[in-house]
Design a protein around this ligand. Structure first.
Ligand code: ZN
Length: 572
């Protein structure tokens, strides 16, 4: 090799001299343009409802060629990342991941509020100052804002630091998208089930981004053309711990509780779209388009909240065939997505931080085979999954019984606005009561709630500062769930495994929202070549703010000012 090199250098030296020693001008050669490396991409992944217990039991079962296996090989996996709040719902969870602050400091304490006029539950992020924009450019009445958020997100700090950074956030729900995108994203897009379309809000951008317009009505209809079938029937049937037709599963308005699930037989296809792998397929297509459309000279933070796993869990339960098929498909889609990133920025040019916004319990009807730790004198497993019979709390029936109790205590009136997991909201009439009458109302409502077989504790607004975040008692977790300014609501903690029914399909499916580890602990996986250990597993519990800190380090900024203390996974 050395000899060949020496010869070629000699030949090159001779070439510039004409025979006889006369000098000639060198032949002009075209210098290739300098290769400009595209700026890095940081992907903030949230697999909605991916509990620590699900990851601990299922990651190792997935194929070695899948996305999760790659992340574990190339990254660091913390098995037990814990939220510091009891209100383990989507909005508080996403807000906590992207601000590093629990609800008592972020201001994001619930998914839903209740409209004072109609009494209907609605997204707590709805704000009359903004309008919804869809791909056809139509502006609709009410949009979503982050006006309720009391602190900065990682994206906000990044925007301040790098004004031209590409910041894009995607989800099947508003609350999964907006916290990742922050107040000034290039695009924050989500699927709006009532419109059956992807939308954004005037709070985030004056128009729907051109690169996302391909995901229009026809594209969404195309994704619903073929039925949802099993990707690998043998894999799913051998891993799911319940039969395909399991009591307690929803049939989602005709979509069915067994495979195959035909969209054409569903009376409300948008609901089925979200609760099938096709919802995530749309998100991956949008993510690819966002990457294609980015300014390659600027870094990118892409927030991707994969929400189908959550909806499927809600309708069919986490032990169902549907949940296993979704996980397998998600794993394959992640592998494809990481391969795309390899091609776009090379394997060294992208990093990922992945977690869940909350976990979830099993179906109350789950068979004994799905609870192998029971029957050995235990009342729950490490993740506090119970052996007791769990049950559902029906929000409208509960509101009716609370109204009766309030009328009995105060005389006939309009006192209870409604129940939205896990809160009871008062009307403005109740909010204006003098202190002695209000005390009577609180006592009557609390007594009725504690008389419900599935409710364990009830809390009013905290009267003293919350304990330090190392305190994981239910009192402390409840305290950190409550926003001090929200004085006209009571917070309920369900018994282990019980939950407020989602009201999607009354009496079927499951939900989350409590302080126990099956709801509150999630996995954290960070892949960042050269900056985190490869194949490292952390088994001890860590704070949720480890996600925020890792993401901040990867995008090259300090964590938001309200970010809690946590273990640093990424070297700065
Ligand atoms: Zn959920």
């Amino acid at each position: 090799m050395k000899r060949a090199l020496a010869i070629s250098f000699v030949l090159a030296a001779c070439a510039s001299h004409a025979p006889g020693g006369g000098k000639v001008a060198p032949v002009p050669t075209k210098t290739p343009p300098p290769v400009v490396k595209p700026a890095p991409i940081v992907v903030a992944l949230v697999v909605d409802q991916l509990a620590a217990w699900m990851a601990a039991e299922r990651f190792a079962e997935l194929p070695k060629t899948g996305g999760f296996a790659r992340l574990l090989r190339e990254g660091t996996y913390a098995r037990d990342m814990r939220y510091a709040h009891a209100v383990t719902e989507t909005s508080p969870g996403h807000a906590a991941l992207f601000t590093g602050a629990a609800p008592y400091r972020s201001g994001i304490y619930a998914n839903e509020s209740i409209d004072q006029r109609s009494g209907h539950r609605q997204s707590a992020l709805r704000d009359a100052s903004a309008r919804t924009i869809s791909s056809d450019g139509t502006e609709h009445a009410t949009g979503i804002t982050l006006n309720g958020l009391a602190t900065d997100t990682v994206a906000d700090v990044l925007r301040e630091h790098e004004p031209h950074a590409n910041i894009v956030a995607l989800s099947l729900k508003d609350r999964g998208s907006v916290f990742a995108g922050g107040k000034h994203p290039d695009a924050a897009i989500w699927y709006e089930v009532r419109r059956d379309a992807f939308v954004t809000s005037t709070a985030f951008s004056p128009k729907f981004p051109a690169w996302a317009r391909f995901m229009d009505d026809a594209a969404i209809a195309g994704l619903r053309k073929e039925p949802w079938t099993l990707l690998d029937a043998a894999f799913v049937s051998s891993h799911a711990k319940q039969p395909d037709a399991q009591p307690g599963e929803s049939e989602i308005f005709g979509f069915g509780s067994t495979f195959p699930h035909a969209f054409s037989s569903c009376r409300f296809p948008p609901i089925a779209f979200r609760a099938s792998p096709r919802g995530d397929d749309a998100l991956f297509a949008l993510a690819s388009a966002a990457i294609e459309a980015r300014d390659t000279t600027q870094p990118m933070m892409l927030g991707l909240s994969l929400s189908s796993y959550d909806y499927i869990g809600h309708f069919y339960g986490p032990d169902s065939w549907e949940a296993w098929d979704e996980l397998l498909r998600l794993d394959r889609s992640l592998a494809d997505f990481f391969a795309l990133l390899d091609r776009k920025v090379s394997a060294d040019g992208w990093s990922v931080v992945l977690s869940g916004d909350h976990g979830g319990p099993q179906l109350p009807e789950a068979p004994d085979a799905a609870r192998p730790w029971c029957g050995k004198g235990e009342d729950s497993d490490f993740w506090q999954r119970p052996c007791r019979h769990a049950g559902r709390i029906f929000p409208d029936a509960l509101r009716d019984s609370l109204e009766q109790a309030a009328d009995k205590a105060l005389g006939h009136g309009d006192w209870i606005l409604g129940v939205a997991s896990p809160y009871v909201f008062y009307t403005h009439f109740a909010a204006e009561l003098p202190p002695d009458r209000r005390k009577k109302l609180d006592e009557a409502v609390t007594k009725t709630l504690l008389g419900h077989p599935e409710i364990d504790r009830v809390y009013g607004p905290p009267t003293a500062p919350c304990p330090p975040e190392t305190d994981e008692s239910i009192d402390a977790l409840a305290c950190r769930s409550l926003w001090p300014a929200n004085k006209d609501a009571l917070f309920m903690v369900e018994k282990k495994g019980s939950f407020v029914d989602t009201d999607y399909d009354l009496g079927r499916g499951m939900s989350h929202g409590g302080p126990y580890l099956f709801d509150r602990s999630v996995p954290l996986v960070v892949r960042a070549p050269g900056r985190v250990g490869a194949g490292v597993v952390i088994t001890e519990p860590i704070s949720f703010a480890a996600y925020t800190r890792a993401l901040s380090a990867l995008v090259g900024v300090q964590p938001p000012r309200s970010c809690s203390e946590a273990r640093e996974i990424v070297s700065r």
